[in-house]
Design a protein around this ligand. Structure first.
Ligand SMILES: CC(C)(COP(=O)(O)OP(=O)(O)OC[C@H]1O[C@@H](n2cnc3c(N)ncnc32)[C@H](O)[C@@H]1OP(=O)(O)O)[C@@H](O)C(=O)NCCC(=O)NCCS
Length: 222
């Protein structure tokens, strides 16, 4: 979710304004489009890791965990999961719809590899269909730390509310911790209105660091 998650308050001059009005007096026509939370999950704190171990060990009958470099049989269903990132509130303000076919997934992977970052994907695979139905994506910087970026997480609608997002995010962070000991924290940007994602992040040990607003105003207001 590093790509600045998600909100679509459309709520006019609503929540979040007072915290920063001291820095930027409100022009009359300013409209808050997104209210974002930058969250952090400390991996150098034992209770966070212990709790993630408990969550990751919690069985989810009918599903298995998978970590990759995307294996060929799961590329298509992984792409379909990624398409559901646009279900997030306000996602349309932050990203254009895109086709997540096999070629697009491979191009996306190659682009990250070119940057030198390490792509980490954890997915839940639905055993009876053999499809990836939930996935979470993070990147570890080329230096191996100290902060990993948590990007998108999505679960296809029919498989939501079964704890799959918590499961994959807990397993993901344990794997990052194991493979990249230099990573001391992960950060994620979440739309304040995305209650589901905030609940998942809270469960795996994220806490609020900063808030950010995306605002829109006619040029004449400034
Ligand atoms: C956010 C998302 C990944 C959660 O997946 P999930 O597998 O359903 O999540 P979990 O089952 O692990 O946990 C969901 C928790 O959110 C909370 N929750 C769910 N709906 C809620 C709501 N309407 N209001 C408040 N809390 C809610 C609950 O605490 C729930 O846990 P519970 O089932 O124990 O009650 C999924 O809803 C999704 O794909 N949304 C669209 C994409 C998106 O928003 N991604 C995040 C930004 S990239």
């Amino acid at each position: 979710m590093r790509r600045h998650h998600r909100n679509g308050s459309g709520a006019g001059h609503g929540a979040g304004w007072p915290a920063w009005r001291a820095f930027c007096p409100r022009p009359p026509d300013l409209r808050v489009l997104l209210h974002l939370e930058l969250q952090e999950q400390r991996l150098d704190q034992e209770p966070v890791l212990r709790h993630c171990q408990e969550l990751a060990a919690d069985p989810h009958p009918g599903y298995r965990l998978a970590h990759w470099a995307a294996p060929e049989p799961l590329v298509n269903s992984f792409g379909q999961v990624m398409g559901h990132v646009l279900d997030a509130p306000g996602a349309d303000l932050q990203m254009a719809p895109r086709a997540w076919n096999t070629a697009a997934v491979r191009a996306w992977e190659a682009n990250i590899a070119t940057s030198g970052a390490r792509l980490m994907v954890c997915a839940a695979v639905h055993l009876s269909s053999g499809k990836a139905v939930a996935a979470t994506v993070a990147t570890v910087p080329p230096s191996g730390g100290p902060v990993a970026d948590q990007h998108d997480t999505a679960v296809v609608p029919e498989h939501r509310r079964q704890g799959l997002a918590r499961w994959i995010k807990a397993a993901q962070v344990l794997r990052i911790h194991e493979r990249f000991p230099g990573v001391r924290a992960t950060t994620s940007t979440v739309n304040q209105e995305n209650l589901q994602m905030k609940a998942v992040n809270r469960a795996v040990g994220y806490h609020l660091m900063h808030e950010r607003l995306l605002v829109e105003a006619p040029v004449a207001s400034f």
